[in-house]
Design a protein around this ligand. Structure first.
Ligand code: KIV
Ligand code: ZN
Length: 501
């Protein structure tokens, strides 16, 4: 088995993501968690960028004990001094030098010839060696570099003592077969290549960063640069969680490789980085997104309850997520519905289940997520209730700042449709009066309350009220995502109790 070295650059390339600046304290927190996660090297920052960046790298170098701590430097004396000094106290210090080698960068960024670039890189590696024995060299924009020049640069860097040669796909331009071919060509054309470790650093501009990194591994790269949640410049870097879990899950392809990552720390690390950077993880993000182990379709839920592996290729526990989630929504089936009720300690017979399930579907059509409290109300209302005399068929209201509220309500009694209309002091009052016209009761409202039972804009609202009719007091409750409907249902619920008295 061969180890794939996980080089985490969340605190360097990740922090370069627009808007992702971390405080020094947050950087230390993330570094401590990365160590717990089991990464091999933490690229802690770019010390020349600012005194704060320098100080953060120094602090991380002192804090971290198990993994290597690396600092980035351009091939400029001042950068190298700052980087070398910042990591000096680390148990395993490394300096990462980079210099662009592609024609585009040479022509427009540097206005220098290839030989000049090679000389600068050579001198810089020599200088960096005075600060640190472990040097990584990156020919920036390697995947768009003229191959002969790239081979020449790599050979020179190894000769000067670079123990790791990183091949950056700086602008995320490559695709997997191309990366595989490039790494293979490097191995076949650089005579001293076996004196170094080949690394890969893929950006995600075309959404191919993970695929390209895995391709590089198959071709011979043994170190992977990656970030938590895939954050980084522009569209980001290859994501650590995707690479690690792909290597682990696809043993048929990557069975020869292992990483030192404690995968159970993945989710916790992802949350921490998301919180520190203020970058929300998209719900559909592989491995760590809210929906990565969530199922809503009835067909999927039913199969998952029979055997998890029908629709899950990874066990959520393996990445530190407590369990898969069966999201109850309009696509859910009876199996998942019954299972969730069971989890809440509610066991229904077939008839009760049918009634509750029908009501659940009605609510789910209007409300995106159904929470446990929604379910409790659904069951309470549908299963606990006696057969009603009056049922709501429909209602319509006309209300606003310039019109007197007016309501039309239709009820069903013994299969017959009866309707009434009334104006009122407000839309709810107008509805209640319209109901009175149908039922013939002249009820006095004694108490009326409305509350949101669950959270969100589409929360299920519950209305509760008391009615007084000729000395009798009855209470009613109703719920809906529409508060007027909830009030009407509560009123009818109470009226039905009057009839039963
Ligand atoms: O994307 C890139 O090329 C880099 C280098 C500094 C390795 O981040
Ligand atoms: Zn990068």
């Amino acid at each position: 088995m061969e180890k794939i070295i996980i080089f985490d650059t969340t605190l360097r390339d990740g922090e370069q993501a627009p808007g992702a600046a971390l405080t020094s304290f947050q950087k230390l927190e993330v570094a401590a968690q990365l160590e717990k996660l089991g990464v091999d090297i933490i690229e802690a920052g770019f010390p020349v960028a600012s005194p704060d960046d320098f100080a953060a790298v120094v602090s991380i170098a002192k804090l971290v004990k198990k993994c290597g701590v690396c600092a980035l430097a351009r091939c400029i004396d001042k950068d190298i001094e700052r980087a070398g000094t910042a990591v000096k106290k680390a148990k395993h210090p490394r300096v990462h030098l980079f210099l662009a080698t592609s024609k585009i960068h040479l022509k427009y960024k540097f206005k220098k010839a290839e030989d000049e670039i090679a000389n600068i890189a050579r001198e810089s590696i020599r200088k960096a060696k005075k600060f640190c024995t472990d040097i990584e060299f990156s020919p920036e924009d390697a995947t768009r570099t003229n191959k002969d020049f790239l081979f020449r640069m790599i050979e020179m860097a190894i000769k000067e003592g670079a123990q790791t040669i990183n091949i950056p796909d700086t602008v995320g331009y490559s695709y997997p077969q191309e990366v595989y071919a490039l790494i293979s060509e490097i191995i076949n054309n650089v005579p001293n290549i076996n004196k170094t470790v080949i690394a890969t650093h893929c950006h995600n501009d075309l959404g191919l960063a993970t695929a390209n990194s895995l391709s590089a591994v198959l071709a011979g790269a043994r170190q992977v640069h990656c970030t938590i949640n895939g954050i980084g410049e522009r569209a980001g870097n290859a994501s650590l969680e995707e690479i690690v879990m792909a290597l682990r899950t696809r043993k048929d392809v990557f069975g020869n490789f292992y990483t030192g990552i404690n995968t159970r720390e993945i989710y916790r690390t992802s949350r921490l980085v998301s919180k520190a950077t203020n970058f929300v993880v998209p719900p559909n993000k592989a491995i760590v997104g809210r929906n990565a182990f969530a199922h809503e379709s009835g067909i999927h839920q039913d199969a998952i309850l029979k055997k998890r592996i029908t629709y899950e290729i990874m066990d959520p526990h393996d990445v530190g997520i407590a369990s898969s989630q069966l999201i109850l929504g309009k696509h859910s089936g009876r199996h998942a519905f019954r299972d969730r009720l069971k989890g809440l300690g509610i066991v229904l017979n077939e008839e009760q289940l049918n009634k509750a399930f029908a009501r659940f579907k009605e609510v789910a059509d209007k409300k995106k997520d159904i929470f446990d409290d929604d379910l409790r109300i659904i069951v309470e209302e549908e299963v606990g209730a006696a057969k009603p005399v009056w049922k709501l068929e429909s209602f319509e209201i006309n209300s606003g700042t310039r019109v007197k509220p007016y309501a039309q309500v239709a009820l069903i009694k013994a299969g017959k449709n009866l309707s009434g209309a009334s104006s009122g002091d407000g839309p709810v009052d107008a509805c209640f009066k319209a109901i009175d016209k149908i039922t013939g009761y002249h009820a006095k409202l004694d108490d009326f309350r409305l509350e949101a039972v669950t959270s969100g804009k589409d929360a299920l609202g519950q209305a509760s009220l008391k009615l007084k009719v000729s000395g009798s007091v009855v209470s009613g409750r109703g719920s809906s995502t529409d508060i007027i409907e909830a009030a009407i249902k509560a009123y009818i619920d109470a009226v039905n109790k009057l009839k039963n008295k």
